[in-house]
Design a binder for this molecule. Structure first.
Ligand code: G3P
Ligand code: CA
Length: 245
């Protein structure tokens, strides 16, 4: 049976607002997205914070590793001005705040970005405390984080972000009980989608750097993608409904 294409706002509507902030997530919902992706890592005092890079320098007015700062220190940083002055005052969100604000309004694709062995367990605990497990997919590039997630949350679907996919990855994904394989968009072809589907996985792309690549992923028959410009993906899907059986 056909399922809806997963049009996932990558770090929010991050082409138009500073990534991984309320501004970007709110805007994604405003343009019609119902799936949000964001990155989680741990602060020095073990809080869960939503930020992509290991370091603060690119997306805040702070500097150095996220993991060396307490939640209180991270909360003081400006995570919006780097993108445009009108976003001054946007903060690095804590995971509980994101769950409180968006659970029930969107499916949440939570990427386990940090490298700490406690990250998956704490993230799952937090998700459960907001009764959000039914509307979450956990993802990671790190097989270790996925294994930890599967151990404590076999009920929450999980996807592995990969740059290349061969037999070894498919076997490992099967052993872990993953629901999704997530190839980089530039390797997504109809053949790859068919083979991963035949192996029992949903195929959800990432790294969609252009509209041409976005269209290629849809036409290849994939199940979804993260994209910085969800408005353009939704418009394309409205004009070109994915015809999957
Ligand atoms: O869709 C997943 C995507 O977010 C992976 O790449 O670097 O943006 O976390 P990155
Ligand atoms: Ca991510």
């Amino acid at each position: 049976m056909a399922t809806a294409f997963m049009a996932i706002a990558h770090r929010g509507a991050s082409s138009y607002a500073p990534e991984n902030t309320f501004a970007a997530f709110d805007l994604a919902l405003e343009v019609g997205a119902r799936e949000l992706e964001f990155d989680v890592q741990e602060s020095a005092d073990g809080a869960l914070v939503v930020i992509h890079d290991d370091a603060l320098d690119r997306t805040t007015d702070g500097a150095g590793p996220v993991a060396k700062q307490t939640l209180a220190a991270l909360r003081k940083l400006d995570a919006g001005s780097w993108f445009h002055p009108r976003f001054a005052g946007q903060r690095i969100p804590a995971l509980p705040e994101v769950l409180a604000r968006y659970a029930g309004r969107a499916r949440l694709h939570v990427e386990l970005k940090g490298k700490t062995p406690t990250l998956a367990g704490k993230t799952v605990e937090c998700i459960r405390s907001y009764a959000a497990a039914g509307a979450v997919t956990l993802t990671s590039f790190q097989k270790e984080r996925l294994a930890e997630a599967r151990l404590c949350a076999p009920d929450i679907p999980a996807g592995w972000l990969l740059r290349t996919i061969a037999g070894a990855e498919i076997a490992a994904a099967r052993a872990l009980g993953l629901a999704q394989l997530c190839p980089k968009a530039d390797i997504v072809t109809p053949e790859l989608v068919r083979s991963l589907r035949a192996a029992g996985f949903l195929v959800r792309a990432w790294g969609v750097a252009s509209e041409a690549l976005m269209e290629q992923v849809v036409r290849a028959g994939a199940d979804g993608m993260t994209v910085n410009f969800p408005d353009r993906l939704l418009a394309f899907l409205a004009r070109n409904p994915p015809g999957r059986a």
